[in-house]
Design a binder for this molecule. Structure first.
Ligand code: ARG
Length: 506
């Protein structure tokens, strides 16, 4: 102990059995750090990580198909990863790698031409329900060999850049894009689209580089890359000469590393694509684009998401067997929250707008939080336990404690002092101080649920503090109000990082 230089951080330390040293942090130092954060802002608690620029590839639905709960997971989890990186002062390129290319477009365009010959004048009306349109064209493709052949021919015309085909393609993409945008807006998600088609011009060049390196082989008419540890090769040119999902992803990795100069590329998709990304990353390492050691930059990571399950433990589907439409999920969440507000008489004296906004804040946050913390679907809208509703209400209660004290919290921040004498104050203070580490850990493991757990525990520690330490009217009122404020500030930062919207009264 004698060798430990004196530090204002440490109150005492002692040997606790062989191999262990207990270090007790100074309460004074802890209080000072919290107070400093209140003065200088929560930004001063941002973790510092080595990365300058990151690409987060998330959401990435497929054109002409409806976004489903699987894409919702990727959207929410990817957004939170992006937010945590942004908070850590990393420049983030939020990428929507939409599926806007591939053979299915031949089918869609051909169907459009045949079913609605005047599609150019008919405009939107030709494809009022894109999902139904997709289903109908797929049915015809599967049943009618002659149509199938025409659809395959249409792909060739599209690839060749024929203007009529290009126009139809752009139209279909545009309608889809608008549908996606509605969802992103409701969820407060910002994304920049660079879809699969964007990488088309880069594919030949990238493949020829790989070919020159001797990485590409011929196999049964296809061009492949063999990857050690995988029983199947990565097919980069199909036997019909066309490119595929893998060729596009190779070109995208190359582009992100060389043109966009990213030092970390993160992909968020369902776990079904794990092998695909494993092989693409391995190929990039073989080509020398990425260092072979996992701890060196630039690096790539795939965040594999489990499938969303229904209450029966099977993949989440509606009664008709379709994947649940996102829009319906959000509508349901909002309307349930609204009903709960009204039923509990919480909203007496609120304007219709206020009720609406609170129902959206709580409802959408609930959907997001449940997903981020890996909760089961039926738990999502509970107001007890580890749910968004519980956390948001707790935050609103802290705000109301501060409001009801009648004190000017900004003035207290200037003049007051935090003291952490009571044990429950110290525990709460210590937890507050761990915030930056937790964000850093959540990023290192790409596990936003770490932050959910932290936020939930913070709320529990606060509740314990509040039930054992009188705030308003006590001798320690100033210090305790500041501790309430610090808790609210950290909670709000957590909400922000998790893409949730705080409410201030309930
Ligand atoms: N469109 C794909 C899907 O719906 C996800 C794309 C993920 N990103 C990527 N670069 N492959 O499953």
């Amino acid at each position: 102990m004698k060798n430990l230089p004196p530090s204002e951080m440490i109150e005492s330390c002692s040997v606790a059995g062989p191999g262990f040293v207990n270090i007790v942090l100074s309460k004074k130092w802890m209080a000072k750090c919290i107070q400093k954060m209140l003065g200088d802002g929560i930004g001063t608690w941002a973790p510092s990580i080595q990365v300058k620029r990151a690409v987060v590839d998330f959401s990435s639905p497929n054109i002409a198909k409806e976004m489903h709960v699987g894409h919702l997971r990727s959207t929410i989890i990817g957004d939170t990863i992006a937010r945590m990186l942004e908070f850590s002062n990393v420049e983030v390129l939020r990428r929507n790698h939409v599926g806007d290319w591939g053979t299915q477009f031949g089918m869609l365009i051909q169907y459009l031409f045949e079913e609605t010959p005047n599609w150019e004048e008919a405009g939107e009306k030709a494809i009022s329900d894109l999902q139904a349109f997709y289903r109908a064209s797929k049915a015809k493709f599967d049943e009618d060999p002659a149509f199938k052949a025409r659809a395959q021919q249409a792909v060739v015309h599209l690839r060749g850049g024929e203007s009529q085909y290009q126009t139809a393609w752009a139209k279909i993409c545009e309608i889809s894009r608008r549908g996606f945008q509605v969802i992103y807006q409701r969820l407060g998600i910002v994304l920049e689209e660079k879809g699969e088609s964007f990488y088309n011009p880069y594919i030949p060049r990238v493949l020829s580089m790989l070919n020159d390196q001797g990485l590409i082989e011929e196999s049964e008419g296809a061009r492949i890359i063999k990857i050690e540890g995988h029983s199947i090769p990565l097919i980069v040119v199909k036997s019909d000469g066309g490119y595929n999902y893998a060729s596009t992803d190779l070109a995208a990795v190359w582009y992100r590393l060389n043109e966009e100069k990213a030092d970390w590329i993160i992909y968020v998709t369902d776990i079904g694509q794990q092998q695909h990304f494993d092989m693409v990353f391995s190929a990039a390492k073989l080509a020398g684009w990425l260092p072979s050691q996992a701890n060196l930059y630039p690096k790539t990571n795939h965040v594999p998401l489990g499938f969303v399950c229904g209450e029966d433990g099977k993949r989440f589907k509606t009664r008709s067997g379709d994947v649940v439409r996102l829009v319906e999920l959000l509508d349901e969440a909002k309307s349930r929250c609204k009903a709960a507000l009204v039923e509990r008489g919480k909203a007496a004296g609120w304007t219709a707008d206020e009720i609406e906004q609170t129902a959206e804040a709580v409802g959408y946050s609930a959907v997001k939080y449940a997903d981020l913390k890996n909760n089961s679907f039926d738990q999502m809208l509970n107001d007890r336990g580890n749910t968004a509703v519980y956390l948001l209400y707790a935050h609103a209660r802290i705000c109301s404690i501060i409001r009801k004290s009648g004190e000017d919290i900004e003035a207290l921040k200037q003049m007051g002092e935090i003291v952490l004498d009571h044990d429950d104050e110290r525990v709460l203070g210590l937890h507050l101080l761990q915030f930056a580490e937790v964000v850093e850990e959540a990023l290192a493991n790409l596990l936003p649920s770490t932050l959910c757990e932290y936020l939930y525990n913070l709320t529990e520690y606060f509740t314990k503090f509040y039930s054992n330490c009188q705030v308003v009217g006590s001798a320690e009122q100033t210090s305790r109000l500041l501790l309430c404020e610090a808790t609210a500030v950290v909670m709000r930062k957590c909400f922000h990082l998790l893409g949730m919207i705080p409410v201030y009264r309930i």
